[in-house]
Ligand binder design. Structure first.
Ligand code: F58
Length: 834
């Protein structure tokens, strides 16, 4: 029966070969060819001569997977037998990027595979291009999860990543007349060779219904949840190989399935559509990733998704501990790391399991639960903090709501004890809010339950402590810590930037890939003219690689002799793509109005990459404006050879891997105090782009490490932003008093970028002039001045290269391996298992 399948059966008779996992022969070219053809013939069922590219790609992926399988099984066995503490990373998003290249790299199979395929008349690059990236995330938060599981595998730390196997990931962005149009991302259409489904291990998840409470003679109340409907969660396992270390961790993604395919009685009565409705309904749960990147949607389906994957994951983890595992030992076995508030419903779920299913009393259950979770917050925007309406939560998860109320009651007791009679504080800190409707503040629940709460960069963590969660930090000062984000150097240097990686390895050896602080050893070479020339050569080669990709992908002709100025991230007003646009339009305006001679302008190509949440009107208007500015600028002979503006559609991990290594200038220009950390900023610096940025998020730490001479700082800092806000911000004053700004905004308002139409971009312009929540106009002058410094610096090629090299050399801190060390030391206390 589904859900109660037993594993680990002892067989009375066992062939000696079955005592250990089967390993393929050591990878030689001939051996690889044999494995590959075997996969092609037996798995795909085609001869090489008749195979499609997808057959070849799938067979190749399976071949690589086969080389990893034995290690994967070994990793699992050791983990089970060692009873070591694991990290269970709970994340609604994993923005993985393509798997093939990364797995070849981790297994050291790249050269063998390339040669083997060549000997079959195939090209590895062609097959790599066949892979559709799994885009199971929106942006930074999802990509961070992917970097973290890569690092943990590489560092030999037991970890299972839990998430949702969305049938459709983040939408595919297209542009129609400059406007964003979303297309479904059917990434599974041609199959996914990296996953292994285990339908026999499906987990049942309940929803709805009511809670029945009976009170015995002693007055002890017992609650029973009588759910109304349920779905199955089918696990799909994906390998997460460490880099060259033989460890393979697991990413387990859950797919929703109906418990009953259809209702036979209705079917027999003739209503087929009605009979399968239950199935459609259930399968909707893992159908699609919500494309909201900063304001959560309080939609029922989203809460269903959250509870669905969390319930599956807790059940899975607990069951895997074996039948006679004592749940009181759970905190020694696991730490559930909550990637933002999306999985926070796990807290009442664990309480429910302990109390309702395992018979613990409240206090014992809480003693366990309050040691098993830690919470990472990724935002500072108040509107981004999830609040679930009590009406909805009570309807979908009545027992959980009841548990949350009790957690809140007991928590408020603690607050009352510490601050008697401070009623305002009680209201402020209550997990249950009354406005605008009665709701559950998930960040507060996570803070109350978590052993630690961390922000994702130093400034962000400080603002969490001082502002967003200040009351809680007063109550529990030690709970609040910082772990600055990081990125994996395997994917974002070694894989994405082979030219630079080879240069680094030739100069300082191979160790840096797993010990990124060793990039420091490059610093002296910043003063070596030959090294600088080689560094520039790598950058130029990357521009050519990017040009070739964009030519095929988007029909763009990228100049390779311009400064490449890149702003890639989700489209959001706080990130201020409009400020970047104001800079571009202002350069253009100065040339066409004759204020500046085109010949005096540094040739620059601006590249944007950004998806807007489908329902975010202003963001979509801004995308439209960027595209239209590009259209005008790129076709105006007056700026030919000086300015180009490109916006390749559908920015994703795959494009990032080409774009970032080619960049000269990294745009990190959010309003100070708004970007929690940023991780693109780290990727750029590590690939030798220099940052122009505000004192925000991890920019602060980048600047500190690379030094003021190697970073273009501009704009207000967070205290100045707060002060201006308190005093009253009037963007119109900046518009009126800065002629350059006025001319820029007027040019947009004039219809120059909308075929003379004044209405199209009126909302963008008037929003800036009359509202400008993120103070782009206040930072405009400072930004323009900093950009002039960029031009001057770029003119001195040797000095620029020196700065770029120092950026690489001094940013080793931003490896996600270091982030993981911090989590381990400050929160998890997990040990590597060798
Ligand atoms: C991002 N958040 C932060 N949220 O904005 C960024 O500064 C940080 O570097 C990154 O997390 C990693 O810590 C982010 O990406 C989301 O995408 C959520 C998706 C679900 C809805 C709410 C936002």
């Amino acid at each position: 029966a589904i859900g109660i399948h037993k594993r680990g059966v002892q067989f009375p008779q066992t062939h000696p070969l079955a005592l250990a996992p089967v390993t393929p022969p050591p990878p030689t070219v001939d051996g690889f060819v044999k494995e590959f053809l075997h996969e092609l013939n037996t798995d795909q069922g085609v001869a090489l001569s008749r195979s499609s590219i997808n057959d070849q790609y799938t067979a190749l992926a399976h071949t690589v997977r086969n080389y990893l399988t034995a290690r994967w099984l070994e990793t699992g066995r050791k983990q089970r037998e060692g009873h070591t503490k694991s990290v269970a990373y709970l994340s609604a998003e994993y923005l993985l990027g393509r798997q093939l290249g990364n797995n070849l790299l981790a297994a050291n199979l790249n050269d063998v595979a390339r040669k083997a395929l060549e000997s079959c008349g195939l090209s590895l690059d062609t097959l790599r291009a066949q892979e559709v990236e799994p885009g199971l995330g929106n942006g930074g938060l999802g990509r961070l999860a992917a970097c973290f599981i890569d690092s943990l595998a590489t560092m030999n730390v037991p970890c299972v990543g839990y998430g949702i196997r969305y049938e459709y990931g983040i939408f595919r962005q297209t542009f129609v007349n400059g406007e964003q149009v979303e297309q479904p991302d059917s990434w599974l259409a041609l199959g996914n060779p990296w996953e292994i489904a285990h339908p026999e291990a499906a987990v049942k998840v309940n929803f709805g219904g009511r809670v029945e409470t009976v009170t015995d003679e002693a007055g002890v109340a017992t609650s029973t949840w009588v759910p109304e409907w349920n779905v199955l969660g089918v696990p799909y396992n994906i390998m997460v190989p460490g880099y060259l270390n033989g460890r393979v961790n697991t990413l387990r993604l859950w797919s929703a399935q109906a418990t009953q395919a259809f209702d036979l009685s209705i079917f027999n009565a003739g209503d087929y559509a009605q009979a399968v409705r239950a199935q459609t309904f259930a399968e909707n749960i893992s159908k699609v990733l919500y494309p909201e990147d900063s304001t959560p949607q309080g939609k029922e389906l989203r809460l269903q998704q959250q509870y669905f994957f969390v319930a599956c994951s807790l059940r899975d983890f607990i069951d895997n501990q074996g039948e006679d595992f004592d749940l009181r030992d759970l905190p020694e076995r696991v730490i559930f790391q909550l990637n933002d508030t999306h999985p926070v419903i796990a807290v009442p779920e664990l309480m429910r399991i302990l109390i309702d299913e395992r018979g613990f009393d409240w206090n014992d259950a809480w003693a366990i639960t309050s040691k098993c979770f830690a919470y990472t917050c990724h935002t500072l925007l108040p509107e981004a903090l999830e609040v679930w309406s009590v009406e909805l939560l009570g309807r979908l998860l009545p027992r959980h709501l009841e548990i949350i109320y009790r957690i809140n009651t007991e928590f408020l007791e603690v607050v009352r004890e510490r601050w008697p009679d401070d009623y305002l504080r009680l209201g402020r800190m209550s997990i249950v809010t009354e406005y605008p409707e009665r709701g559950i503040r998930m960040a507060y629940l996570a803070t109350v339950a978590g052993i630690k709460v961390n922000g994702v960069a130093a400034l962000h963590s400080q603002l969490l402590r001082d502002k967003v969660l200040n009351d809680f930090a007063e109550l529990w000062p030690d709970k609040f810590i910082n772990v600055t984000n990081g990125v994996t150097p395997r994917r974002f240097m070694k894989l994405a930037n082979p030219h630079l990686s080879d240069l680094i390895t030739d100069t300082i050896g191979t160790g840096w890939v797993t010990d990124l602080e060793r990039l420091e050893e490059l610093a002296p070479y910043a003063d070596d003219a030959d090294f600088r020339a080689a560094f520039r050569e790598a950058k130029h080669a990357n521009k050519i690689r990017l040009r070739d990709r964009l030519r095929v992908r988007d029909g763009i002709e990228l100049p390779t002799d311009h400064m490449l100025d890149v702003m890639v991230k989700r489209l959001h007003e706080y990130k201020r793509q409009t400020l970047k646009l104001l800079h571009i339009v202002s350069l253009y305006e100065q040339i066409i109005s004759g204020k500046v001679d085109a010949a005096d302008v540094t040739p620059r190509t601006f590249v944007f990459g950004a998806k807007a949440a489908p329902g975010y009107r202003m963001a979509k208007n801004i995308i439209h404006l960027i595209n239209n500015v590009g259209e005008v600028v790129n076709n105006d002979p007056a700026v030919e050879g000086r300015l180009k503006v490109f916006f390749p559609a559908n920015y994703n991990v795959t494009l990032a891997e080409r774009l970032i290594p080619a960049a000269d200038l990294s745009e990190q220009i959010s309003l100070a105090g708004m970007e929690a950390s940023g991780t693109g900023n780290m990727k750029f610096a590590l690939n030798g782009a220099i940052t122009i940025g505000t004192d925000d998020g991890a920019n602060v730490e980048i600047r500190k490490l690379v030094g003021d001479d190697n970073f273009f700082l501009f704009g207000m800092d967070e205290p100045q932003v707060a002060a201006l806000g308190a005093k009253g911000y009037h963007p119109g004053e900046y518009y009126e008093s800065d002629p350059r700004l006025k001319a820029t905004l007027d040019l947009i308002a004039s219809g120059t970028f909308s075929n003379g139409d004044h209405q199209t971009f009126e909302p963008v312009v008037s929003n800036l002039v009359h509202n400008d929540r993120f103070m782009a106009l206040a930072d405009f002058t400072s930004y323009i001045e900093a950009q002039a410094k960029v031009d001057a610096a770029y003119a001195d090629t040797e000095a620029w290269t020196r700065s770029a090299i120092l950026n690489v050399a001094r940013c080793g801190f931003f490896s996600s391996d270091r982030s993981m060390k911090d989590y381990i030391k400050l929160i998890w206390g997990t040990n590597p298992v060798l």
